[in-house]
Design a protein around this ligand. Structure first.
Ligand SMILES: Cc1cc2nc3c(=O)[nH]c(=O)nc-3n(C[C@H](O)[C@H](O)[C@H](O)COP(=O)(O)OP(=O)(O)OC[C@H]3O[C@@H](n4cnc5c(N)ncnc54)[C@H](O)[C@@H]3O)c2cc1C
Length: 456
């Protein structure tokens, strides 16, 4: 076997090939999590599937570690690696909508902002993340939780097909009809099975929504969380909402003297008829006085990008996650104890409901196994100053330890830290052996191991 040099690789690639001496290298090696400081040997920015094939072959033949980067949001920094090759899909962001079939095809490096901007023009959307800068790629491959999940399922439930470059450099189309086992594994199994160069999704008629954040004083936290637990169990499925603890940012609708104070909040997204929006959000106004809010009718992409400013690239990240079947009174007590101590304006804890349409998919129908969980919680530590790492990591760990006894053994892989690799098996429950089989078939030598890894 002949191993190519980087110059020979360059000759095969239409996109960019960035080596350490390139002036773009320092910027190109960064991922969103500012804690991650890795130096790949080469960064390839493909512009088409052919480039991806060349990059995968180069990695395999050269025995290099390979990190695949979609939106670069992975908290453990799986979008980069030391010494190996990074396949950074950020030049592949095209989104093509088929309004007649109500589908959209997004290239592997598109973000939810790219996706929603393209589909909103047709009055259509699918389940994506709650902020716009997250990658369609990583989010969908791990499952995909967002405002529309109760109504339309997880992002991966809306996947119709995927174009995939596998470890042997082959290009496969995966769908219910072709390469079905690969298609099954891609829907929750993360980046383990190949580089997805494009994702085809089902779309739904969602254009404008009614919603936004509602802030409550902390003394109402128990009422708000207990109410949310009961309400969301059988709320209309057009209601996507989650409770959170949050330090008030300096936003115009929050009185200035309360900036920096901690609140419990609910962020709601009503995707049903707009004229029912105010009535749909009434229960959140009845449970306790809303101290400050920014709710109303807006295009879906406006809510999807409303919090982007809070989470700039380069923050330090450390997260932990759990699936939860019952949000017991004791669990709520643990949330109140630790949520009220959220240490940074950019840190938060979200309790996402994953019932409704997510429950209508059987546990073994896709790799995403926790179809019996009602909530996915994320303790999202994000802060600007590396000097504050120990205190912030401590907060996340203490919070996690306090809520773990009331949670399932598994947590959503996309919310997990690198030190959670020991929990991967629990995350997939009974689906794990089948994922291992799929890994043996499509990536027997574990070329794609810079991820929440399923070992062949
Ligand atoms: C600020 C923030 C907000 C978030 N909000 C949500 C949310 O609302 N809902 C939710 O479900 N998750 C959310 N997440 C978690 C998110 O789903 C994961 O971080 C996810 O891995 C990000 O995908 P990415 O493509 O941006 O990341 P990357 O770091 O680029 O990739 C993450 C993983 O996916 C793989 N991957 C990415 N693209 C491809 C591809 N095209 N082909 C093959 N493998 C690929 C990578 O190899 C890596 O293993 C959020 C994360 C952050 C930091």
């Amino acid at each position: 076997m002949v191993t190519l040099t980087i110059d020979q690789l360059r000759a095969q690639i239409r996109g960019d090939v960035i080596a350490p001496e390139d002036e773009r290298y320092e910027e190109a090696r960064k991922v969103r999590n500012g804690m991650i400081d890795k130096r790949p040997e080469v960064i390839v920015r493909p512009v088409n599937a052919g480039d991806v094939i060349a990059a995968v072959n180069f990695a395999r033949e050269g025995g290099l570690d390979v990190a695949v980067r979609g939106g670069g949001h992975s908290v453990p920094g799986f979008g980069t690696c030391d010494k190996g090759i990074v396949i950074d899909l950020s030049r592949m962001k095209g989104v093509r909508v088929n309004p007649e079939k109500r589908t959209a095809r997004a290239e592997g490096g598109a973000t939810w902002g790219d996706f929603n901007a393209a589909t909103n023009a047709f009055g259509l959307a699918t389940t994506g993340g709650i902020i716009s800068t997250t990658g369609v790629g990583g989010l969908t491959l791990g499952g995909g939780i967002g405002y529309l999940a109760r109504g339309y399922g997880l992002s991966c439930d809306n996947l119709v097909s995927a174009d995939v470059v596998t470890a042997d450099g082959k290009f496969l189309v995966a769908s219910e009809k072709e390469n079905e086992e690969l298609f099954w594994a891609l829907r929750g199994g993360g980046g383990n099975f190949g580089v997805v160069t494009s994702f085809e999704f089902k779309l739904h008629p969602v254009k404008d929504i009614y919603g936004g954040p509602m802030f409550y004083e902390l003394k109402h936290a128990r009422d708000v969380l207990s109410f949310f637990r009961e309400y969301i169990a059988d709320a209309p499925e057009q209601m996507g909402a989650f409770p959170a603890f949050q330090i008030a940012p300096p936003l115009p609708f929050i009185p200035e003297k309360r900036h920096g104070d901690t609140f419990v909040l609910v962020v709601a997204c009503w995707s049903g008829p707009l004229d029912q929006g105010e009535r749909a959000l009434k229960p959140f106004h009845d449970v306790a006085p809303v101290f400050a809010e920014h709710v109303g009718a807006m295009p879906y992409p406006a809510l999807n990008s409303a919090f982007d400013g809070l989470y700039p690239s380069g923050l330090q990240h450390y997260w932990k996650a759990n699936f939860v079947k019952e949000l017991s009174d004791k669990a709520i007590g643990a949330h109140i104890e630790h949520g009220t101590k959220v240490p940074a304006m950019t840190s938060t804890i979200h309790i996402y409901p994953i019932n409704g349409a997510c429950h209508r998919v059987a546990s073994d129908q896709t790799a995403f196994a926790y179809r019996d969980a009602n909530f996915a919680t994320v303790i999202a530590g994000m802060w600007p100053d590396p000097a504050q790492n120990p205190a912030n990591i401590r907060w996340v760990r203490d919070y996690y330890d306090a809520t773990a006894p009331y949670s399932e053994p598994g947590g959503y892989i996309n919310f997990m830290a690198e030190d959670d690799q020991g929990r991967i098996k629990s995350n997939y429950k009974g689906n794990y052996p089948r994922l291992v089989d799929a890994k043996r078939k499509y990536d027997p030598d574990n070329l794609f191991h810079v991820n929440q890894n399923i070992k062949p």
